[in-house]
Design a protein around this ligand. Structure first.
Ligand SMILES: [Zn+2]
Length: 119
């Protein structure tokens, strides 16, 4: 029973900004600032220098997911020219950047945690 509850905490850790190992404490303490490690289980979030380079890949895919619907809407529904649609999508990325930054790091920490469990 306790393991099932713990598993539920771990699976929702991306959306709840929680440690992927224990699900107890938040990864981000502010909007941009992260805790160095989990105060409950001691899980270190930035394992080494350059650790968050992998988060750039997550940010790339999140950015694609964010702008493709906007591009489709602008081009096919609103009949805008491609350069105009690209400018709107670019502005959308600028506005969404804080969210992309935060969730790309949380996703990367969770991916790395899942992969390290299987190794
Ligand atoms: Zn923890």
């Amino acid at each position: 029973m306790e393991n099932a509850l713990k598993q539920n905490h771990q699976e929702g850790s991306v959306f709840r900004n929680r440690c992927p190992k224990c699900g107890e404490t938040p990864i981000f303490k502010g909007f941009y600032s992260m805790n160095a490690k989990c105060s409950a289980c001691g899980n270190v979030y930035e394992k080494e220098s350059g650790y968050f380079m992998g988060a750039m890949m997550a940010a790339y895919f999140l950015g694609i997911v964010a702008i493709v619907p906007t591009l489709v809407l602008c081009i096919f529904a609103l009949q805008l020219e491609l350069p105009t649609a690209l400018i709107i999508a670019g502005l959308q990325l600028v506005v969404f950047q804080p969210i992309l930054f935060r969730y790309s790091r949380i996703i990367w920490i969770n991916i790395e945690h899942k992969l390290s469990q299987k190794a």
